[in-house]
Design a protein around this ligand. Structure first.
Ligand SMILES: O=C(CO)COP(=O)(O)O
Length: 261
């Protein structure tokens, strides 16, 4: 079986200016030890305005923390006012870009075509997409959450070759769990994360599917992380609110020390 290194990624959303970002990253770096990074990959997804500061800190202090953006333009350059391109993010040595977050889909009209174009743009620049998928509450209530989420996965990966897709990170983030305090049960997370892996095997092959990390996101806290991580197809978490509290985020990174609750 392929060993998948768990990924704990903090999505700061529209929080922390560049000065606060430096403070926060320094606090994380101070708290995290080499053994933490051996067990878990740690990443922060920051506002665009923070990336240069975080890069300077990571480069200067040789930190092991990875960083990336919360979005990326579908285009590489040109007359796209307000957009930030893959080549610009690559120049800042971003490892990751979150793509298709439900808040982008909801507030910025991002559909499957746009998400697909952004996934391809990230790969053109050597940036790994953290592709966000997941159903809203009404879909969950209707019981069609697996089909809904897999359709988002299919759309995002349309025309993406295996040589790219093998490095993708998929984050299952049910919309009803985001920012609500209502974390999915480990069983609910496992159901959809496992279905995502099965679909990856169908779209590509079993070897690729076994390599890809599938994260869960939505109201993850230190108290829920260990239970979620105990599930075989949950390979990490995308953490919003709790990632803004450095102590809590570090506790999530050290989920193995927490009780399975
Ligand atoms: O949207 C999320 C991460 O991308 C989850 O946010 P919360 O952890 O605040 O629910």
């Amino acid at each position: 079986m392929t060993e998948r290194l768990p990924l704990m990624a903090g999505n700061w959303k529209m929080n922390l200016n560049h000065l606060e970002a430096i403070q926060h990253t320094q606090k994380l770096a101070f708290a995290l030890a080499d053994k933490d990074y051996e067990a878990v990959e740690v990443a922060v997804l920051t506002p665009f305005t923070d990336l240069r500061s975080v890069q300077t800190l990571v480069d200067g202090d040789k930190l092991k923390i990875k960083y990336g953006s919360q979005d990326i333009s579908a285009h590489d350059s040109g007359a796209y006012t307000g957009e930030v391109s893959g080549p610009m993010l690559a120049k800042l040595k971003c490892t990751y870009a979150a793509i298709g977050h439900s808040e982008r889909r909801q507030y910025h009209g991002e559909n499957e075509e746009i998400v697909n174009a952004k996934v391809k743009a990230a790969y053109r620049s050597g940036i790994t997409p953290i592709l966000c998928v997941g159903e809203p509450l009404e879909v969950r209530k209707a019981g069609t959450h697996v089909a809904h989420t897999l359709a988002q996965l299919d759309g995002a990966l349309d025309g993406v070759p295996a040589s790219d897709a093998e490095s993708i990170v998929v984050a299952y983030e049910p919309v009803w769990a985001i920012g609500t305090g209502e974390v999915a049960t480990p069983e609910d997370a496992q159901e959809v994360c496992a279905a995502i892996r099965v679909r990856l095997a169908e779209l590509y092959d079993g070897e690729l599917a076994a390599k890809v990390r599938v994260l869960y996101g939505g109201s993850v806290k230190a108290s829920s992380a260990a239970g979620l991580m105990a599930k075989p197809d949950v390979d990490g978490a995308l953490i919003g609110g709790a990632s803004l509290d450095a102590d809590e985020f570090v506790r999530i990174v050290r989920y193995r020390e927490q009780a399975v609750g």
